[in-house]
Design a binder for this molecule. Structure first.
Ligand code: PEP
Length: 251
């Protein structure tokens, strides 16, 4: 039985004050929804407010990035230990916006994943193809490569704390959602890559999310697919009612 995880990715939105307000409003809406984990990944500056507001609720808090070194001269970066001490449980790694705008590579995604897992965080590792790569017919090759690269040196035991999010780049923040079949296929390629390394039995236990313009209207159809074990949600996670509706769909 795979765990369904509905995770919001706020990106660079919400201040600490708005964070507290949002979580206070969302908490009663998702209370008792025990068929899925409810996670909000928030900007680093919002983490203390988010952790405080989420106390005593079923909302778990995540970060949007983590550095791969434990400490040192990396101005502006945040370590895994800093996150765990602040009460963070999850962290998004390798989001396509980090890859596109901040020179994230498959190698640094792997290093960040290892740093997160070694610190006891749950890693939400993002993979996904661009439209050009899809049109050239490289979706399967690319998803398998990105997945295997991200998980290099991750043990089967550590894999229990890994969620992979299949996020086609062309569907992120564009309002264009992959069809439920495309999402299921992409998630299936991710699972097949995990199976090639860890075996089919292990791969069956790994949560693979879909992300890319998932919202209150399309969530039920996407989440009904065999290989879709939850969602990583950007825009719709900024509106409590929409996020609640996605959690309801996962129920
Ligand atoms: C995301 O940020 O991971 C994402 C999927 O964004 P959106 O839901 O806005 O497409």
């Amino acid at each position: 039985m795979r765990k369904t995880v509905i995770a919001g990715n706020w990106k660079m939105n919400m201040t600490p004050a708005k964070t507290a307000e949002f979580i206070k409003a969302l908490a009663p809406m998702v209370a008792g929804k025990d068929k899925c984990d409810v996670v909000l990944c928030v900007p680093a500056i919002d983490i203390p407010a988010a952790v405080e507001a989420a106390k005593g609720t079923n909302i778990k808090i995540g970060a949007e990035n983590v550095h791969f070194k434990a400490s040192g001269a990396f101005t502006g970066e945040i370590s895994a230990e800093m996150l765990t001490e602040a009460g963070v449980e999850y962290v998004v790694i390798g989001h396509s916006e980090r890859r596109q705008y901040f020179a994230e590579t498959d190698q640094t995604v792997n290093l960040r994943t290892l740093a997160a897992l070694n610190a006891g965080l749950k890693a939400i590792v993002c993979v996904g193809e661009t439209l050009e790569q899809r049109e050239l017919g490289y979706t399967e090759t690319l998803l398998k490569f990105q997945t295997k690269m991200a998980l290099t040196n991750v043990s089967a035991e550590q894999l229990k704390n890994v969620i992979v999010a299949y996020e086609p780049v062309w569907a992120i923040g564009t309002g264009v959602t992959a069809t439920a079949d495309q999402a299921d296929e992409g998630n299936g390629f991710v699972r097949a890559a995990i199976a090639e390394v860890y075996g089919a039995d292990v791969a069956e236990t790994v949560t693979v999310q879909y992300g890319g313009s998932m919202n209150d209207k399309n969530a039920a159809e996407l989440l009904a697919k065999e290989n879709v074990d939850g969602g990583l949600i950007g825009g719709a996670s900024l509106v409590a009612e929409k996020f609640k509706a996605i959690v309801d769909a996962a129920q």
